[in-house]
Design a protein around this ligand. Structure first.
Ligand SMILES: Cc1cc2nc3c(=O)[nH]c(=O)nc-3n(C[C@H](O)[C@H](O)[C@H](O)COP(=O)(O)OP(=O)(O)OC[C@H]3O[C@@H](n4cnc5c(N)ncnc54)[C@H](O)[C@@H]3O)c2cc1C
Length: 454
């Protein structure tokens, strides 16, 4: 192995802590700089979502740092979604995968605390809280930081720098070298508010699932907590007739819930809903991800996405695993790794960012359309008839390690097949299962050969 390198990581969020632990365990000296105070890093101070779903891609990294048992103790398995009907009378359970498969919901702070503690106790890691990175000279490997407690400036020299400082990355914005990073930060016209559904109201909600009230522009989602409460996320446009600007009194809240979520007692949530801030949703696309073979972006700093597939952190953990696997292949040569990193990861992160945006679009625009439901119904039947060849999109994303770009290709293929079948069968034909199966089998036979190989 080459000599241990001095690695500087900006950001002690989920991804920064994960990478620091993985690199220090390989024998490198890792300094982590986090702008928040130590206590704030370990409590809920980000104003971000309180819940995260961990799926297979994220688990792989969690297991690689032996955090699995501790994370499991604080996480709840979710086996599917429970969709609440518009009249509030029915619930449909949609399993995420087979009986054995689950994603895991965990409080963001709890996970960050576990990862930060493991990171801080790993030999070779030094954590510097209250240190905000202001500027990076990538070619020289130099970071300029400000200690927010004393106001003093600090200059640090490192062999390699990783920026895990989130969607609004200062490193991405300020880093200089032989090139600058060009980025597009897209703010959605939708935002979200989080509220706690108390135990009394939550009693009718099964804790084995994510609950969803998908009502287009104004939708509600709820994740169970270990204390039997639920954390609900209300999604709505910032402005307009359905916007948060029109959900600002107790009467507004009662009206919106009575119209859209009649089985959720609004009274219990009202005060919190009115008091809590509206959070933004952003998508970040940027290039290059590396400068001068010494600086690399990862996690949300490189690829923040809307959260409707629950993959942002999972993709960030996949970045960490990709870096360590390349270090294996290149005998710890970071320069060789950084020269390949963007080429290896960006196409997949672009793909999952696009798939997340498409899911957002489905949720806010298409979920009410009959055409959309026919296609989803067809996709389920195609999977039942050809379980190996056509795996449902969410299963591929959440329970496999199939690269995201390949997942995207397969999803598009299935979508095209469903689109053509809707055209062939028509809404009337969809009533009869035999007709549907006959059309599917005929069409798939027509498509035999490469075009249809999943
Ligand atoms: C509503 C919502 C729900 C989500 N649900 C899921 C989910 O279910 N599953 C999933 O996989 N993902 C989910 N995500 C995405 C997930 O939250 C992010 O992908 C993840 O937090 C990215 O981690 P990160 O470490 O890259 O960035 P962050 O978590 O943003 O951490 C960045 C860290 O850098 C620090 N920092 C920032 N600037 C500086 C600076 N200049 N100097 C020093 N430190 C700095 C910050 O204080 C912070 O600690 C969700 C996101 C949202 C908004």
């Amino acid at each position: 192995m080459k000599r241990p390198q001095h690695i500087a990581i900006v950001g002690a969020g989920l991804v920064g802590c994960m990478l620091a632990t993985l690199l220090a365990r390989r024998g490198h000296m890792v300094s982590v700089f986090e702008k928040r105070e130590e206590s704030a890093t370990l409590t809920n101070s980000t104003g971000r979502s309180t819940h995260l779903a961990i799926s297979a891609r994220g688990w792989r990294a969690i297991e690689a740092i032996d955090a699995g048992p501790e994370v499991l103790r604080s996480a709840l398995p979710l086996k599917g979604r429970r969709i609440h009907s518009a009249n509030g009378m029915e619930q449909i359970f949609q399993p995420y995968g087979d009986d054995e498969q689950a994603i895991f919901a965990i409080h963001r702070n709890v996970l960050n605390r576990i990862l930060a503690r493991i990171c801080a106790s790993t030999a070779g890691v030094t954590m510097h809280f209250s240190h905000q990175c202001m500027h990076v000279d990538a070619s020289g490997g130099v970071l300029e930081l400000t200690n927010s407690l004393t106001g003093e400036g600090l200059t640090v020299q490192a062999d390699y720098i990783f920026a895990a400082d989130g969607a609004f990355s200062k490193v991405r914005e300020r880093a200089t070298g032989s090139t600058r990073i060009r980025s597009a930060v897209q703010f959605e016209s939708f935002g979200y508010k989080e509220v706690t559904i108390p135990v009394a109201t939550a009693a009718s909600l099964e804790p084995d699932a994510m609950h969803a009230w998908p009502r287009g522009e104004v939708s509600l989602f709820a994740f169970p907590n270990p204390d039997r409460t639920f954390t609900a996320t209300l999604l709505a446009p910032f402005k307009g007739p359905n916007g948060f600007t029109n959900i600002c009194t107790a009467e507004d809240v009662e009206r919106v819930f009575a119209q859209r979520f009649p089985d959720v007692a609004a009274g219990q949530l009202c005060a919190e809903l009115l008091a809590n801030p509206v959070n933004s949703l952003v998508t970040v696309r940027c290039t290059p991800w590396t400068i001068d073979g010494r600086l690399a972006l990862l996690g949300d700093a490189a690829h923040a996405m809307v959260p409707f597939l629950g993959q942002g952190m999972n993709a960030g953990f996949e970045d960490c695993m990709a870096i360590t696997e390349m270090l294996d292949q290149h005998d710890e040569d970071f320069r060789a790794v950084l020269s390949r990193y963007e080429q290896l990861r960006k196409p997949h992160c672009d793909a999952v960012t696009t798939m997340s945006a498409n899911t957002f679009d489905e949720l806010t625009k298409q979920v009410a359309s009959a055409h959309f439901h026919l296609k989803k119904q067809l996709e389920r039947t195609i999977h039942r008839l050809y379980p190996e060849r056509f795996v449902p999109p969410y299963e591929l994303i959440a329970f496999t390690h199939v690269p995201y770009a390949e997942v995207q290709r397969r999803i598009e293929q299935l979508d095209n097949i469903a689109e053509e079948l809707v055209r062939r069968i028509g809404p009337q034909g969809m009533q009869d299962e035999n007709t549907v199966e006959h059309h599917i089998q005929t069409y798939i036979t027509e498509l035999t050969g490469d075009a249809c190989e999943a």
